[in-house]
Ligand binder design. Structure first.
Ligand SMILES: [Zn+2]
Length: 263
């Protein structure tokens, strides 16, 4: 089967986009407010926190299968899920936690070619991906669509969080005008990753998403939050929009279809 298959969802508050590249299985989409891209160490705790805090609807997007190595830091999964698509296992667990919550799943990898189709219409995107290419692509897609993006990342013993309001706050390319290449950055495999750090970042991302959905000002627009996982200390760094940022310029000139504006 090619293209997309839709497996159920419904009326959500959150859409989670994890992704992967080919056949797209959409399990329940429709009217979500939050898209979670990547249902792993960051996205899984974000989804759990949103479910626990009363979200009505989630969209989960990921193309990976659950692996044994995921289990220590991805609390929605257990050994019986190994080999199962993450979006399916996560949706099953979330529906058990919150039977009334609608969960849509999209088994795909978000890329520049499908991002607009997958993400349009969501009120907030949570970036639970790893790797700078994915994160910069999501940054650009969110800006073009005019959808707020909660950027989350973790590697080694540190984590970071940053909220992007298209056209109104700094974006990832304002923060890092010369984004390093993927080969220039340590991977989680090289640097390791601390389960409590990704969990804390995922939960904090959910809190930011809920602020945005409820019309409150996000805490981390124009502020980069950094978690030192060794000392368990948070600090924030002010970030200014770059008036010459090409991605932000595209956001200002874009006319996104069907995207909600925030209060
Ligand atoms: Zn920018």
């Amino acid at each position: 089967m090619s293209g997309a298959s839709i497996v159920g969802v419904g009326g959500h508050d959150v859409a989670i986009v994890g992704v992967g590249g080919h056949d797209v299985a959409i399990v329940g989409v429709g009217g979500h407010d939050v898209a979670i891209v990547g249902v792993g160490g960051l996205g899984a705790p974000a989804a759990a926190a949103l479910a626990a805090s009363g979200a009505n609807a989630l969209t989960l997007i990921d193309d990976d299968l659950v692996e044994v190595s995921n289990l220590p830091r991805q609390p929605l999964f257990d050994v019986t899920d190994v080999g199962t698509p993450k979006v399916e296992a996560a949706a099953r667990r979330l529906r058990a936690l919150r039977p009334g919550m609608r969960v849509a799943t999209i088994r795909a990898r978000v890329d520049s070619g499908n991002a607009a189709r997958i993400l349009a219409g969501h009120g907030v995107i949570i970036d639970g991906t790893d790797g700078l290419p994915s994160k910069s692509m999501l940054n650009d897609a969110a800006l073009t669509l005019g959808i707020p993006l909660v950027h989350a990342g973790a590697v080694g013993l540190d984590g970071q969080l940053f909220t992007i309001l298209p056209g109104r706050s700094a974006c990832l390319r304002c923060l890092f005008p010369e984004l390093p290449g993927e080969d220039d950055m340590p991977t989680c495999q090289q640097s390791g990753i601390l389960g409590p750090v990704v969990g804390a970042i995922g939960f904090a991302a959910a809190a930011e998403a809920r602020r945005i959905l409820s019309g409150e000002a996000p805490e981390l627009a124009n502020r980069l939050a950094i978690l030192d996982g060794v000392r368990v200390r948070w600090r924030t760094v002010a970030v200014r929009p770059n008036p010459r940022c090409p991605a932000c310029d595209a956001a200002r000139t874009a006319s996104p279809p069907g995207v909600r504006s925030l209060a």
